[in-house]
Design a protein around this ligand. Structure first.
Ligand code: AMP
Ligand code: MG
Length: 406
């Protein structure tokens, strides 16, 4: 049995970011930039007004004999248009926010600092002197043509989308989204829309994993459930050919029908099998042909936890992320962990911030078949190998499942 750390290292050592592709901007959120983004234009592309007001020459704003200067208004310019004539000495143009500053003007005074005679006024009085450049957003103030605006490896969120849109990248260079084949195993496992029958249980794992794969940013493909026969498994694996990752659940333990390992040995290789942890000892990793396979345990909680620990980092690496692992923090355990395990124990817990520190309480029965203690769990308390006891009031490390990877 290998440690969690060694397992993670061996898995991630075999995983590489997928090739780059282009996706429409609207599909880019959650993906990772495959190249640097270089501005091809100045942004803003032209000097424009930051205010509704009047464009003028700054010299013309100086008081004359103690009186505000009165300028002749020769027209206006709205956002989306350009002025059809220049500002001359002693004149001004009405200007709206975002409109290009007309030639001849070197400043803009906001409407509140002027007096004028309605929207069609032929004159404006400038109530305060204004400096050159006032209320003008110069071309290239935000981004300069040729500037690297975002680096390869940047995760695309709403703010990045805004910048990509500004730069006109209707198609965005990203690392391709992984396709993940999800396979359940077991003669006892029936579909979710089937009534229970003697000895049968419903397929929770495939749906749980599908949702987790999706949340990790990958594209799941649920292949149903293989029977506990070599033939059925072979048939299912034959459908995984264009997947980037295969995730199975069940069939990797030491029972008579735990055949996933056999197929791995037959059609690829087993890198390792079994990790010194709980829940989730029977995790297998290897390949079917060239495709990596993560064989997760059958117990739903074990499948859920081992996906978080190993599956999610794999998908993030394929997606081009550089931050792969959830953060660990020190928490105070309110209720202690009674069961001692010789293996590393990941205890489902809820962590909250109270009275200036993080406190954790466990979410109930920690059996690997008890799915209800996944509810409300936003963290896994890490109880080290060797049967360490955690008493109420002790501190421990917790892996924060709802914090972004670091
Ligand atoms: P196995 O590793 O195949 O022996 O499975 C371990 C336990 O997980 C057994 O109790 C199985 O019935 C259960 N199990 C396996 N696959 C699933 C599944 N897809 N959904 C729910 N439980 C499962
Ligand atoms: Mg089974």
């Amino acid at each position: 049995m290998i440690s969690v750390e060694e397992a993670l290292e061996r898995i991630l050592g075999e995983i590489h970011p997928l090739p780059a592709t282009h996706v429409p901007l609207a599909l880019a959120p959650g993906l990772v930039l495959a190249t640097d983004v270089v501005a091809q234009e100045d942004i803003p592309p032209f000097a424009n007004s930051a205010m509704d007001g009047f464009a003028l020459r700054s010299q013309d704003s100086q008081p004359r004999e103690g009186q505000p200067p009165r300028l002749r208004v020769t027209g206006g310019v709205a956002a989306g248009y350009v002025a059809d004539h220049a500002v001359q000495e002693g004149t001004a143009l009405r200007i709206m926010t975002g409109a290009p500053v007309p030639p001849g003007a070197d400043t803009v005074i906001q409407i509140e600092l002027t007096r004028y005679d309605g929207p069609e006024s032929s004159w404006v009085e400038v109530l305060q002197p204004v400096a050159p450049g006032n209320n003008i957003r110069p071309a290239g103030e935000d981004m300069r043509r040729g500037q690297i605006v975002m680096r390869q490896g940047t995760e695309i969120g709403p703010w990045e989308v805004g910048i990509l849109a500004t730069l006109g990248l209707a198609m965005v260079p990203v690392t391709r989204r992984p396709r993940v084949a999800i396979l359940g195993t077991g003669d006892e496992v029936i579909e979710v829309d089937q009534p229970l029958a003697p000895g049968k249980i419903r397929n929770s794992n495939s749906y749980l994993l599908e949702a987790a794969v999706q949340r990790a940013g990958a594209q799941p493909l649920r292949l149903g459930v293989a029977r506990d026969t070599v033939e059925s498994l072979r048939e299912k694996f034959s459908q995984t050919m264009d997947s980037d990752l295969i995730i199975t659940s069940g069939g990797v333990s030491v029972g008579d029908f735990d055949l996933v390992k056999n197929i791995m040995a037959e059609q690829g290789e087993i890198n390792f099998w079994r990790i010194n942890m709980r829940p989730g000892k029977p995790v297998a990793f290897g390949h079917i042909g060239q495709t990596p396979l993560l064989g997760l345990p059958g117990n739903p909680v074990s499948a859920a936890v081992t996906f978080e620990l190993f599956g999610r980092p794999v998908l993030r690496k394929m997606l081009g992320h550089t931050h792969l692992l959830r953060p660990q923090i020190t928490v105070m355990i309110e209720d202690g962990v009674s069961e001692r395990a010789s293996r590393r124990h990941y205890v489902r817990a809820h962590v909250s911030w109270r009275d200036g520190r993080f406190v954790a309480h466990t979410t109930g029965n920690q059996g690997s078949n008890i799915m209800t203690s996944l509810l409300n769990a936003n963290a896994l308390i890490i109880v080290p190998e060797g049967g360490v006891e955690v008493k109420p009031g002790d501190t421990a490390q917790a892996l924060m499942l709802d914090w972004p990877e670091i």
